[in-house]
Design a protein. Structure first.
Length: 562
């Protein structure tokens, strides 16, 4: 890494490498944190909380139940189909302590998506929130070959008794959020904890090579595949991220707000980092409920928060956010999608703290590149590779391109996945011949070793031989005050091969196609100006993190071009 330009511009005291041997596994991370910070709050949500000691005890009970009652053994997979509830960290560490592998499942999956993930992973057990049990019931009824042990939980199951009863009754009967379901032999989560309390947990030796997660990712196309993230991958990324932010944070004093779902690796790795310093993690179960979200922000003197561009924008657009006390805020991290300049500048004005944009992939556990914490304002880049991480920009032949030129970003480091679960061909295609991970993202590196992203390789639009990147188009369109959301895609065109199409949700109902195109002409070269404008009333399709799904937009019927 001697030729790594970024090392010359690292913040003072930042190591080029981290000590990968600091922890043997994520289980050791849990054990050390619980031993050091026992009585401090570890997680809270929906009005309840768990101390580090309570987390250790509950996860031990769940692990013992999985081993002794269900008879699961090292390496078997357990699916967790939960939003951000206290049950999640208990189940997560219970699965890992039993020597098993976590398969994170988006609770909003359709039956077809869930069936694929259960079949592909070979999950031996599933923990599901009752709100989504009807989907699991349909999957099990449609495919009798799937026969996992089923554990169900209600939203309030880990709250104090009175609050548990009231919360579960409100969810089921008042808000009617639990469709009817019936799964024979399903066991209640709290019953597993009670049973596990009297059972013996057999400690399972774990090393860096043992599998910790099957983290499913579909990229922009194709069937979802499981990225194999080992304990070594996750420990490495925890240490890398910890080194990056350590000088700003203090043990036992931080309050971390986590509005992104823990089943997504960005939120998961962030929570693990904050656990190592004894932070109190505030789980937001539904960030779309802005009233409840802001209530939580007002209730806690939070020092750190993570989010994606759309979430920060939604907060800033909420009138009640002006009453949130951000005086204690030290770190606001943004990842998962590109941060738009307008959002970053608004956030800095509102809070006094810059948005620290970072970059990573499911396949990199996920952190790989980040802006340093000492930036004053939005940089327009994703920053520099984290310690023990290498990055290179390559052309179509996997050869490095000259400084400043656009190519595909490739990565190498201890956080890079072991491969895709039972997909050797996909694994081989994901890496170059000399072992660099192909990210599928197009970008460039400047003379300081800072990287910028232009767009996804598969999303790039070619107009008369010129490359057009949707991110740039979307950022310009969003600068118009009449636009709420936009997605840019390429459509077939007889004259130019492809043309730019934008799909827009209006903030101003009077906004016209002509006004929007004229706005774009002021900021974009001719061939980048949208040729087709489609207005929609409904929100655009998004991932669980709020990233617009261009793949879905491309699947919609295209308007013919004259």
């Amino acid at each position: 890494m001697d030729d790594a330009l970024w090392l010359r511009n690292y913040p003072p005291g930042m190591p080029a490498e981290v000590n990968l041997q600091a922890f043997d596994s994520l289980v050791e991370v849990l054990q050390q944190s619980c031993a050091r910070f026992g009585p401090l709050p570890a997680f809270s949500g929906l009005g309840g909380s768990l101390s580090y000691t309570e987390l250790e005890q509950a996860s031990r009970g769940f692990a013992a139940y999985l081993q002794q009652t269900l008879g699961l053994h090292k390496g078997q997979r357990v699916a967790l189909m939960l939003p951000n509830l206290l049950q999640y960290p208990v189940a997560l560490f219970g699965v890992l302590r039993a020597g098993l592998v976590v398969v994170n499942v988006n609770p909003l999956y359709t039956a077809a998506e869930l069936a694929h993930q259960l079949r592909d992973s070979g999950a031996a057990a599933v923990l599901v929130l009752e709100n989504y049990a009807h989907t699991l019931q349909q999957v099990l009824a449609d495919d009798p070959t799937l026969n996992p042990a089923v554990i169900t939980t209600e939203a309030g199951d880990m709250l104090p008794l009175v609050k548990e009863v009231l919360t579960n009754a409100a969810v089921k009967y008042l808000r009617k959020l639990v469709p009817p379901w019936r799964i024979e032999h399903a066991v209640e989560f709290n019953a597993t904890l009670r049973a596990g309390h009297s059972l013996t947990l057999e400690e399972v030796p774990l090393t860096h090579t043992d599998l910790a997660f099957l983290q499913y990712t579909g990229g922009t196309t194709g069937v979802a595949k499981g990225a194999m993230l080992t304990h070594g991958n996750m420990v490495a990324n925890l240490l890398q991220l910890s080194a990056w932010i350590a000088h700003e944070l203090h043990e036992g004093e931080e309050v971390f707000v986590c509005p992104l779902p823990l089943y997504h690796v960005y939120a998961l790795s962030s929570a693990l980092v904050f656990m190592t310093i004894g932070a109190h993690t505030v789980l937001i179960s539904n960030p779309r409920d802005m009233h409840a979200f802001i209530h939580e922000l007002k209730a806690h003197p939070f020092t750190a928060i993570i989010g994606v561009n759309t979430l920060y924008r939604a907060l800033l657009d909420a009138p009640a956010f002006v009453d949130v006390d951000t005086r204690h805020l030290k770190l606001a991290s943004a990842g998962g999608m590109a941060v738009q300049r307008a959002v970053a500048e608004r956030w800095k004005r509102a809070t006094g703290v810059p948005l620290i944009e970072s970059y990573g992939l499911t396949e990199t556990s996920p952190g790989a590149i980040s802006n340093p914490l000492d930036i004053a304002d939005w940089t327009g880049t994703i920053g520099m590779p984290l310690p023990s991480t290498q990055a290179c920009i390559v052309d179509a032949d996997d050869q490095p391109v000259p400084l400043g030129e656009v190519g595909e970003i490739t990565l190498r480091g201890p956080q890079v996945m072991a491969g895709y679960w039972r997909r050797p061909d996909e694994t081989a295609a994901a890496f170059t011949a000399d072992g660099w991970l192909r990210t599928g993202d197009m970008g460039a590196m400047d003379a300081r070793g800072h990287f910028s992203i232009t767009d996804r390789k598969k999303d790039m639009i070619i107009v008369s031989g010129f490359k057009v990147f949707p991110n740039q188009i979307e950022e310009v369109v969003l600068q118009h005050p009449g636009v709420a959301e936009v997605g840019a895609i390429g459509v077939a065109d007889e004259r130019s091969g492809e043309a730019v199409k934008i799909i827009v949700v209006r903030k101003d109902p009077a906004l016209t196609e002509q006004a929007l195109v004229e706005h774009c002409r002021r900021y974009l070269t001719g061939y980048k100006v949208p040729k087709v404008v489609e207005f929609r009333k409904e929100p655009l399709p998004k991932t669980a993190l709020g990233k617009i799904l261009r793949r879905v937009l491309r699947q919609a019927p295209e308007r013919a071009l004259a």
